[in-house]
Design a protein around this ligand. Structure first.
Ligand SMILES: Cc1cc2nc3c(=O)[nH]c(=O)nc-3n(C[C@H](O)[C@H](O)[C@H](O)COP(=O)(O)OP(=O)(O)OC[C@H]3O[C@@H](n4cnc5c(N)ncnc54)[C@H](O)[C@@H]3O)c2cc1C
Length: 336
């Protein structure tokens, strides 16, 4: 499968927009579905939308591989794949209309990361228009296609700071025959140790929830062996997201329990979603930092807090300097 056959989008309008911004020394903010951007304070930067960049380029169900344009809504992709009994488990938790490009750019983990892995584990190839207007294809459908720096991984989680993700090739898998949520009073660490590859274990202020995804007989047998009771999916907070080492998650969820704020900690993943007023979120950010992690505010409207970006690190700065030397692309996480 050659690049020419699978990467077919006309990227001239994006290259032209970047060139114009360079000449004008302006700033651009890349917008996918806007599900995160719309919750952040407005900016003066010109919007570079991927709304026209939609559709499937190549789907090979038998090879479990699909190539799509990055502005394709994740929900549309999931619906199409479902007709083939397939999925790519990168669906967003919140944010209707979020796009494949936005999903890669934010690379936020969901509870299913416990079994499914990270967003970047499902990305085989990316076509990127860098901040300085170069069109770069990175990655490959087979491991031997990959040479040089792994730009796929650099683009994943880049929050729109290195270039416009234009096209994405994703790995697929068959949809599990059964998916079901359960609850239990038992400690999370015991449940995690006793279950075979649970899809998600979520510790919340309303109890512990477990998601099993496999053959129906195995789901019933596992649930009975560990004493799980059928439940509906837990409600997940949406205001902020703390990330700590998975071994420190219980310390963060105990803190949230004591502080009486709604939380959902993804056991084994190290991510905790939180709601709360600005004071509670400032305290949560401080607690996450004590535990060696950090907190990202995802709904500024509700809190008036900045997003709290990760500290600058020399490697990311060098990558950004190489791909967007004029810093045309706005980092929405940083105070403006
Ligand atoms: C409050 C909230 C909490 C969430 N928490 C989680 C969570 O914990 N786990 C989870 O799995 N999902 C979570 N999501 C859902 C999901 O991660 C995002 O909503 C979604 O992926 C963003 O996609 P979008 O197209 O709407 O991006 P936008 O909101 O349009 O953009 C988000 C960022 O991605 C950049 N971007 C967008 N498209 C591109 C592109 N093509 N190329 C380069 N950069 C691009 C933008 O510049 C911006 O920095 C959350 C959503 C919300 C609103």
């Amino acid at each position: 499968m050659s690049d020419a056959a699978t990467m077919t989008t006309d990227l001239a309008p994006i290259v032209d927009t970047l060139a114009a911004a360079q000449r004008a020394r302006g700033q651009l903010v890349i917008r996918g579905g806007g599900s995160v951007l719309e919750r952040l304070p407005p900016t003066d930067a010109e919007v570079l939308s991927t709304a026209e960049l939609t559709g499937v380029i190549d789907h090979r169900p038998e090879d479990l591989v699909i190539t799509v344009r990055a502005g394709t809504p994740v929900e549309e992709l999931s619906a199409l794949l479902a007709t083939h009994g397939q999925e790519c488990p990168i669906e967003p938790l919140a944010g209707h209309g979020s796009t494949v490009g936005g999903r890669l750019a934010t690379a936020l983990a969901g509870p299913r990361q416990l079994q499914a892995g990270r967003v970047r584990d499902w990305v085989l190839r990316v076509r990127l228009v860098t901040g300085d207007g170069r069109v770069v294809t990175a990655g490959g459908v087979t491991v031997k296609d990959v040479t040089g720096y792994d730009l796929c991984r650099l683009a994943t989680g880049s929050w729109g700071t290195v270039g416009v993700i234009a096209e994405v090739t994703l790995k697929l898998r068959p949809i599990p025959t059964t998916s079901a949520w359960f609850t239990t009073d038992r400690p999370a660490s015991r449940v995690l140790a006793e279950l075979y590859r649970p899809a998600a274990v979520v510790s919340t202020d309303e109890g512990l929830f477990v998601r099993l995804e496999e053959h129906p007989d195995d789901v019933v047998a596992q649930a009975a062996a560990v004493g799980l009771v059928a439940a509906v999916a837990p409600t997940l907070p949406t205001t902020a997201r703390a990330a700590v080492d998975p071994s420190r998650l219980a310390e963060l969820t105990s803190w949230a329990q004591a502080a009486a704020i709604p939380y959902a900690g993804f056991v084994g993943v190290g991510v905790c979603l939180l709601d709360g007023d600005p004071d509670a979120l400032v305290a949560a950010g401080a607690r996450a930092a004590e535990l060696g992690g950090r907190l990202l505010v995802l709904d500024a409207g509700a809190t008036t807090l900045p997003m709290r970006p990760p500290p600058e690190d020399p490697m990311s700065e060098r990558v950004r300097a190489a791909l967007d030397p004029q810093q045309i692309l706005l980092d929405v996480r940083r105070p403006r």
